[in-house]
Design a protein around this ligand. Structure first.
Ligand SMILES: Cc1cc2nc3c(=O)[nH]c(=O)nc-3n(C[C@H](O)[C@H](O)[C@H](O)COP(=O)(O)OP(=O)(O)OC[C@H]3O[C@@H](n4cnc5c(N)ncnc54)[C@H](O)[C@@H]3O)c2cc1C
Length: 498
């Protein structure tokens, strides 16, 4: 019997994961990617002889045996691309302190206590608690819980995954991460500032708005292992694409889908920018909900509930990025750096993330040179007035370059290319350059995210507007959920059979 056919729209991590897994299980898969690159926000661009990751740079979820990417690659029978575990995940530079964030949990606590001796008792108690909750959350997440829980099977899976250790943390279910800091008497300290910086990077929001359990999990995440992937995370995306093709999927670049239509027999048609039509039983949208709903005919769009429409109209952060080449005479010890500052720069958040290529990474730059990617949050409305756009872009580039120089990191101002929100709109097809999914506030997480199941039959969603926690890991989870729903197979059961 012929297996059902599936169209996947969007070749980011979410779509590539779904496509490769379905192809591996004999589905007839066609994936359409609008741009010329694989990996979307975790993709790359080249400016010969240099290569720059466009957005995501830090490899999470690659560690054995729990890392979600490790598990997917294992299931596909595919090796992970060359990567190196980081002992120092990043260096954090704040106005009043510089802090190496070590992968080792004990070393991290000791470093924090040395740096902030007056808060040492609170730091020790807080971090012991973070690591304890982190471990319990990790066990829970290993079972790939479906959020929001909608079907009896979702509840059963979550209940089965619950371990007694997590029960003590249930009292924080309605609390914010800031409440936990207050409990440990660390509110309004420099530790609080440091934690806010970490959460802004991982959850797109501060401790005040981040739910406690998610915040604690995010603070433990780096200590579960982080990696430098040679070339960049795009190597993983390209490998997923190859795995899909090896299992028979058709992976097509430069095919922008402009409309999707429901056929009388219940199948779906995707129509690309040249009016080419492709038909399939299932439709998977791995694009942000803001760009997905407009693809549907008004008749189908009406069937999406108010929650879908509200979310599709909710503005989220955009990003301002910079790409540079440097020849550092005294390279910094760490490859990844987070810079925090107190005073807001016009239109730019008060932090940036700087990622330098490894000295021996010849995919990114010739011998003696390195490339780096910088990103920060910016509100999309700041970039709407096109008459101010170029001036604002130059001002932001100058201001961020100064911050990088102040932190003593390599940068050559004449060798920096900016990437403002409209560039993100053009290359990654993100409306108004909005990236990173919804900020992980209580409004968008646990019981309130959008489901991978849409209100339309055989239409599924994955990507960073779906499963909470924006990262390649979270979108991969959503991709697995779509695979499970279409195939009726449990990913964990397949792992056990391997
Ligand atoms: C600046 C920045 C830094 C980040 N840093 C990290 C990090 O260090 N580590 C980490 O794990 N995560 C990081 N993230 C988050 C991570 O990159 C994203 O969560 C993840 O890559 C999103 O994947 P996705 O598949 O949901 O969407 P995308 O990556 O956006 O993929 C969607 C794809 O769909 C294509 N597309 C859009 N519309 C259409 C259409 N109509 N037809 C066909 N194709 C279409 C796009 O071209 C794109 O390739 C970062 C994100 C950003 C923006």
């Amino acid at each position: 019997m012929n297996q059902p056919s599936v169209i996947v729209i969007g070749g980011g991590f979410g779509g590539l994961t779904t496509a490769a897994l379905l192809a591996r299980h004999h589905y007839d898969v066609t994936l359409f990617e609008a741009s010329n690159e694989w990996g979307g926000c975790a993709g790359k661009f080249t400016h010969k002889p240099y290569l720059f990751p466009v957005g995501a740079t830090l490899g999470l979820g690659l560690q054995q045996p729990d890392g979600i990417h490790y598990r997917v690659f294992n299931q596909l029978g595919e090796p992970l691309p060359k990567h190196e575990s980081l002992e120092t995940i990043m260096q954090v530079h704040a106005p009043s302190f510089t802090l190496p964030l070590y992968s080792s949990r004990e070393k991290h606590i000791d470093t924090l206590c040395r740096l902030f001796p007056s808060s040492a008792a609170g730091i020790r108690s807080l971090y012991r608690y973070i690591f304890q909750v982190g471990e319990e959350m990790r066990k829970l997440i290993h079972h790939l819980p479906v959020l929001p829980m909608q079907k009896p099977a979702d509840f059963i899976r979550s209940v089965r995954a619950l371990r007694p250790g997590i029960l003590g943390a249930v009292r924080w279910l309605a609390a914010s991460t800031e409440d936990v800091l207050r409990h440990f008497r660390l509110q309004d300290t420099e530790v609080h500032q440091y934690i806010d910086g970490q959460l802004l990077d991982s959850l797109q929001t501060s401790s005040r708005h981040a739910p406690a359990l998610l915040g604690l999990y995010a603070l433990d995440l780096y200590h579960q292992g982080a990696s430098y992937v040679y070339g960049g995370l795009y190597r993983m995306a390209e490998q997923l694409k190859k795995a899909g093709e090896r299992h028979g999927a058709s992976m097509q670049k430069r095919r922008r889908i402009q409309a999707v239509e429901k056929n009388d027999n219940g199948t779906w048609t995707a129509i690309d920018h040249r009016d080419r039509k492709t038909h399939a039983d299932h439709l998977v949208l791995n694009i942000p909900v803001q760009s997905a709903l407009p693809l549907f005919h008004p008749k189908e769009r009406k069937q999406f509930t108010r929650r879908w429409h509200t979310k599709s109209e909710t503005p989220i952060w955009s990003t301002f990025s910079m790409y540079g080449v440097c020849e550092p005479s005294e390279p910094p010890a760490a490859l990844f750096h987070q810079l925090l500052w107190d005073q807001k720069l016009p239109g730019i958040s008060s932090h940036l993330f700087y990622s330098l290529s490894a000295p021996d990474d010849r995919t990114r730059a010739p011998e003696g040179e390195r490339t780096f990617t910088v990103s920060t949050h910016t509100p999309p409305e700041y970039w709407e007035d096109l008459s101010l756009y170029e001036d604002r872009k130059s001002a932001a580039t100058r201001a961020l370059t100064e911050k990088i120089q102040e932190a003593g990191l390599p940068v050559q101002p004449e060798r920096v290319l900016p990437g403002a929100p409209h560039a993100w709109e053009r290359y990654i097809k993100r409306p108004r350059g909005m990236v990173g999914g919804f900020p992980q506030t209580r409004k968008h997480t646990f019981f309130h995210p959008l489901s991978h199941r849409s209100p339309l039959e055989n239409v599924w969603f994955c990507g960073d507007s779906i499963f909470p926690g924006a990262s390649t890991m979270a979108v991969t989870m959503s991709g697995i959920h779509v695979f499970e729903s279409i195939s009726g197979q449990s990913f964990a059961a397949l792992e056990r059979q391997q």
